[in-house]
Ligand binder design. Structure first.
Ligand code: AHR
Length: 514
């Protein structure tokens, strides 16, 4: 009774003092353990993915040398500039499912001599191979990013993959390096990241994990050269048996990474629209996105059993939101708009990766341009940066920084009979001594009053930016490309060693503490 009176009195007080918006707010407390800095957040967690799928490569990155759209060797200059601004650390290519259907020798040599084949995986369209190995690796140079080549262990051969490694990496004289030189590339590209197949449990060959272990060992043996980081095709979501079988069956000195794929949607068979979705669809999407934490924790526990020294990295080389294609577009092209919901997926997922950076060493958002949760959409000469782009740009401060562990007590975002944690956070300290905190409120309708206790470090100033918008499905269009974009955030105050933040519904702030 007394408690109820107190709450009523407090509510009236807040109402009459004009602070009635606090009634709608929730409360989260966070401790920043600046006294316990952890390991380095690998910049490769911020990687991207470009598949020969829909309009990602053709009519996306690559418009051809003769296009009227400004380009360098056929790659759009505006895309190059936008991605350089993200400091993209690595780019995975040519798939995806396409990788296990791709024969790299089709994509080298004079373009008019390259064979046209059918992209049986995505839309049954003609693939003229005009964008091949040289085009991709030279584009990576322009972007200042490390290539991650996904090898074909499905429809290819051991010899074919072994030849690809030699073609791109061998400095001395050999049939493959001679061919590379003949095709105009004197120096090898020195590609470090190699995928040994993709989704071997599905589109990569429908293998059992036991069978794939044997295939992996064989292919990896003949992928010869120094400094290769070999990534085994990993589990689909919560297939823990897959991870366990690989960890048990592949010697640690033969594998540097093991993949994991997990997408977010309301339901796999009812993905719903990318815009104009309901709150239920938003809530269910966030539920699958936040599941990434549990998946990483459980796959890590298995890996820890066989690899306590954490030599093998967990490589989440496909993640992101997957919704219905836009009306009127080819269903095999996976073209979807990108809203504040996608920004919520990106912000929370990247926080999860940062907080698990002792094991997660590489991750790739699917996909970079015009496919699934794209950071860039194009329409002829027009280009737009999606809300997800802005999250990636705001979070780039965490790349290679030292993780600062966080302890979080957050309220719930309640929908129906279900609930999710409202607030997600991660923090790091960069090489210049600046601390960055990225904080996300996924709650659809309530502000979050966040109080951050900082142990082991004194700060004098806070500044930051916020990505927020009035509607959860707000997005950028070719007519209004800058509708959603980050702005200066004035909702954080540093007082008495504590940081207080008022974060609006479905918004993301990245703060800098000095
Ligand atoms: O990213 C789209 C597809 O999703 C990829 O090609 C495949 O690996 C996954 O199933």
């Amino acid at each position: 009774m007394f408690k109820r009176n107190l709450i009523q009195t407090l509510s009236l007080f807040l109402f009459f003092t004009g602070n009635y918006q606090l009634l709608m707010a929730q409360q989260t407390t966070i401790t920043l353990r600046a006294d316990k800095p952890s390991g380095q957040i690998s910049k490769h967690i911020y990687g991207h993915f470009a598949e020969h799928l829909g309009r990602c490569i053709y009519d996306g990155f690559y418009v051809g040398e003769n296009s009227s759209i400004p380009n360098t060797a056929g790659v759009r200059n505006d895309i190059i500039a936008a991605l350089k601004n993200l400091n993209i650390p690595n780019l995975r290519w040519p798939g995806g499912c396409f990788a296990d259907r791709y024969h790299w020798k089709d994509g080298i040599g004079p373009k008019d001599k390259r064979p046209s084949v059918v992209n049986t995986m995505w839309g049954g369209v003609t693939e003229d191979n005009s964008f091949g190995t040289h085009d991709f690796l030279n584009m990576c140079k322009l972007l200042g990013t490390e290539p991650y080549l996904a090898g074909n262990t499905g429809s290819g051969t051991v010899q074919e993959l072994s030849d690809w490694v030699q073609y791109v990496n061998f400095e001395g004289k050999s049939p493959m390096s001679d061919l590379r030189v003949k095709n105009g590339q004197e120096k090898p590209w020195d590609v470090k990241f190699w995928g040994v197949g993709n989704e071997a449990w599905g589109c990569g060959g429908n293998m059992t994990p036991e069978y794939y272990v044997g295939e992996y060992r064989k292919y990896a043996t003949f992928m010869e050269g120094h400094n290769l980081f070999k990534i085994a095709s990993g589990a689909n979501v919560d297939d823990y048996h897959w991870t366990e079988t690989l960890m048990k069956g592949i010697p640690l000195n033969m594998m540097n990474g093991i993949a994991l794929h997990h997408y977010s949607f309301p339901a796999w068979d009812k993905k719903g629209p990318a815009t104009g979705f309901t709150e239920q669809q938003y809530f269910e999407t966030m539920k699958t996105a936040l599941r990434m934490d549990e998946l990483i924790t459980k796959h890590t526990a298995i890996m820890d059993k066989y690899d306590p020294g954490k030599k093998v990295g967990l490589v989440v080389d496909e993640w992101g939101g997957w919704f219905d294609v836009e009306t009127g577009t080819n269903p095999g092209f996976l073209y979807q708009q990108n809203t504040m919901r996608d920004a919520m997926i990106a912000g929370t997922t990247l926080n999860i990766f940062n907080n698990h950076s002792d094991r997660v060493k590489i991750a790739n958002l699917a996909q970079c341009v015009n496919v699934l949760q794209a950071v860039i959409l194009t329409n002829k000469e027009k280009m737009l940066l999606s809300p997800t782009y802005h999250v990636m740009e705001m979070y780039k401060v965490h790349q290679n920084a030292t993780l600062i562990p966080v302890e979080v007590k957050t309220d719930d975002y309640i929908f129906g009979n279900d609930k999710l944690p409202s607030v997600s956070v991660s923090a790091s300290k960069d090489a210049m001594g600046l601390t960055h905190v990225s904080v996300v409120n996924i709650n659809k309708s309530k502000d979050e009053m966040i109080e951050i206790d900082i142990t082991g470090q004194q700060y004098n100033s806070v500044s930051g930016r916020i990505l927020t918008s009035p509607g959860i499905d707000d997005h950028n269009t070719f007519e209004n490309p800058a509708y959603v974009k980050p702005v200066v955030f004035n909702g954080a105050v540093l007082k008495g060693g504590k940081l207080k933040i008022k974060l609006p519904p479905f918004s993301i702030a990245v703060l800098e503490l000095k």
